[in-house]
Design a protein around this ligand. Structure first.
Ligand code: AMP
Ligand code: GLY
Length: 401
């Protein structure tokens, strides 16, 4: 198949790697140095590259929120991802909560603070911006004072917009991703993302510092039931969901609760999940895009994968800017995905790889057990050197694994 990949991060590098390994011809809209050996990079609008393509795979949420899939539909090109309307599950947290309420999906209690309202809070609510915020729109409070301050900050930085207040839940988190064709879905190996910046889940929330998959949990069936209710509910409301539906769940003592939906592959979950596939992903993406998944189970390796994000020391605020040395060699047990990298000429005109982003690389180790997958990922990470490179050392090592 001729496939256009939209997006330029480590998630898209992981998608492109598995598609390229199955012999597909790839075209890229973004410049990621990791793409050059996998296909043709042409930084133009996806609609331009899509002419004559069999499929467009949309990685990030921005183009989905912007209606790219709707525009491609009018051009007659199948695109993997939801329409703009269905993308509201991620793009409006308030839409998502009200949808959960309509369909009796277990989630934290919530209230919506309308613009201009200044309620006096009665408990340490979790404060959330309604719209897309690149992982920076959630304040998890421990005290009423913190929640009140977070609400004031949310209102001050986003005047005229409603703010969501949610009951704080407790428990381990689980990311469950499913490929959906509007009516049916197929579940990918459940993953655990590590969203906080520092070891032991300390520090600010980030886009994700690493992930492990699969995660064994008795709560998986409940999570999958919620995904199925969601797909059925979206179809019943006239906005069928096609694409990757990513449920972020909290496994509370009272059972699984939906924290949020993303309407795309997760980053870094994708870098842990896709290396576990034992068959071509393309027919599944095309089937989801065209309304008919080709089966009910994706074939998987009998293995675990641990994905460690190598970030700039200043991430999530800052970016790295330094040459990268010691990029580990890929093997059956080690994958190297580029996220925030770029090519630069040195003073002698030699092209060098530079770190240029917040999340620079994801190193994924594979193994027959989670411990071996971790060790391989960290052996790979230890080879990487650039100024102020930093990573968590406890990915996949919590009390949960
Ligand atoms: P979200 O973008 O809604 O997934 O929130 C980002 C992170 O904030 C989640 O992964 C959780 O770690 C945390 N979080 C969000 N909502 C809640 C909640 N209701 N209770 C506790 N933690 C939460
Ligand atoms: N891993 C979190 C996200 O993709 O939003």
């Amino acid at each position: 198949m001729k496939i256009v990949v939209v997006g330029g991060g480590a998630r898209e590098h992981a998608l492109a790697s598995v598609l390229s390994a199955c012999g597909h011809e790839l075209l890229f809209t973004h410049e990621n140095p990791g793409f050059f050996s996998l296909g043709t990079v042409r930084p133009v609008a996806p609609e331009v590259l899509a002419a004559g393509a069999d499929l467009v795979v949309v990685g990030p949420e921005g183009p989905l929120a912007d209606g790219l899939v709707d525009r491609l539909a009018t051009l007659g090109v199948p695109a993997f991802g939801p329409t703009r309307t269905a993308a509201a599950l991620e793009c409006s947290k308030i839409f998502c909560k009200r949808f959960c309420h309509r369909h009796a999906i277990p989630t934290a209690d919530f209230i919506v603070v309308e613009p201009g309202d200044t309620p006096v809070l009665d408990r340490p609510w979790v404060v959330k911006l309604d719209g897309l915020a690149a992982g920076k729109g959630v304040w998890v409070s421990s005290t009423i004072e913190q929640a009140q301050e977070a609400l004031a900050a949310a209102q001050a930085t986003h005047p005229g917009q409603p703010v969501l207040l949610e009951d704080r839940l407790y428990g381990p988190e689980l990311s469950v991703l499913a490929l959906c064709d509007g009516e049916d879905l197929v579940v990918l190996p459940p993953a655990r993302d590590h969203k906080r910046r520092f070891n032991l889940d300390q520090g600010p929330n980030t886009g994700g510092m690493g992930a492990i998959a699969p995660v064994e949990t008795s709560d998986l069936a409940a999570c999958v039931a919620i995904l199925r209710t969601t797909v059925a509910g979206m179809a019943a409301e006239g906005t069928p969901f096609r694409g990757a539906l990513y449920g972020g769940f909290m496994l509370t003592p009272a059972g699984a609760r939906l924290l949020e939906y993303n309407v795309r592959f997760g980053d870094p979950e994708t870098q842990a999940i896709l290396p576990l596939l034992a068959e071509d992903l393309a027919p599944w993406l095309l089937g989801a895009a065209t309304g008919r998944l080709p089966g009910s189970n994706v074939k998987l390796l009998d293995a675990y994968a641990c994905a460690v994000v190598i970030a700039a020391a200043t991430y999530p605020e800052g970016r790295a800017s330094s040459q990268i040395y010691g990029l580990p060699a890929e093997s059956d047990n080690l994958r190297v995905y580029q996220g925030g990298t770029t090519l630069r000429a040195d003073s002698r005109g030699h092209i060098r790889l530079w770190a240029s982003g917040g999340r620079v690389l994801t190193i994924t180790g594979l193994g027959a057990d989670p411990g071996l997958a971790r060790r391989r990922a960290y052996q790979g990470a230890a080879e990487v050197r650039f100024l102020d490179a930093d990573w968590r050392t406890d990915i996949g090592a919590g009390p949960w694994s």
